[in-house]
Design a binder for this molecule. Structure first.
Ligand code: HEC
Length: 209
């Protein structure tokens, strides 16, 4: 092993090169980004999600929603995101700085969810869709997340958040005297979905006309 120093030098340069390229250069480009207000006196954006929605984010990761859904909007004229109504502007690195783990996603088996809280603000809609996507989106290939709900005996009165099935619901309904209600996980997940909004502008990304 007469070339041992050379070997170590080689390994050192390989590691140093990738560290500089992947970590240092990203840190220089994006490390200094902070929430920013367009006009003086406005609330700096983006804002961190809190409470139930923050818990729901973990369920989103846990349930693998990100394998089928992206959270990144391309600019108008660059792909069909704008035409599909997935957002009014492209998303930029600053939109993600307060997220502990960025959920950009790589696959779009389903629609992009970056602005789903604006596009579909109804809690009831999300419960029905998660329970059985076919109810709200006929022929949907999204898997049902029925285990995020529980069948419960109706007490004195039906629960306010019990699922109300449409008249033409073709699948099994709960037996008489029972109702289907979201579990805490479903409530948190939907709180997270409703928090997904890009309803503010940033200096580097304004709403497209
Ligand atoms: C196997 C792929 C797949 C997985 C996993 C998946 N989805 Fe979907 N999702 C889809 C498809 C396809 C659609 C479009 C049809 C529909 O609306 O059901 C969709 C639609 C949606 C919509 C409606 C979007 C719109 O623009 O109308 C929401 C909200 C949604 N999914 C949330 C979720 C959540 C939350 C999870 C995880 C609990 C999840 N999805 C997991 C494939 C998936």
């Amino acid at each position: 092993m007469k070339n041992l120093p050379l070997l170590f030098l080689g390994i050192f340069f390989c590691l140093a090169f990738s560290w500089t390229g992947l970590i240092l250069s990203s840190e220089i480009q994006y490390g200094g980004l902070k929430p920013i207000a367009l006009e003086e006196g406005e609330t700096p954006q983006p804002q961190a999600i809190v409470g139930e929605a923050q818990q729901g984010r973990l369920i989103y990761i846990d349930q693998g929603c990100l394998y089928c859904h992206s959270q990144q909007v391309r600019r108008k004229g660059y792909g069909a995101d704008w035409e599909r109504g997935w957002g009014d502007r492209q998303t930029v690195p600053r939109d993600y700085i307060l997220q502990p783990r960025v959920l950009l996603g790589t696959s779009r088996t389903g629609p992009d969810l970056m602005t789903i809280g604006q596009r579909q603000p109804s809690t009831e809609w999300h419960y029905l869709h998660l329970y059985n996507p076919d109810i709200t989106s006929k022929g949907s290939i999204m898997p049902p997340f029925r285990y995020l709900f529980e069948t419960r005996e109706i007490g004195d009165a039906p629960s306010p958040d019990a699922l109300i099935f449409p008249d033409d619901y073709a699948y099994e309904r709960p037996p008489a005297g029972y109702e289907i209600v979201p579990t805490e996980r479903a409530r948190q997940l939907v709180a997270y979905l409703l928090s997904l909004k890009v309803d503010y502008e940033l200096p580097e990304s304004r709403f497209a006309e």
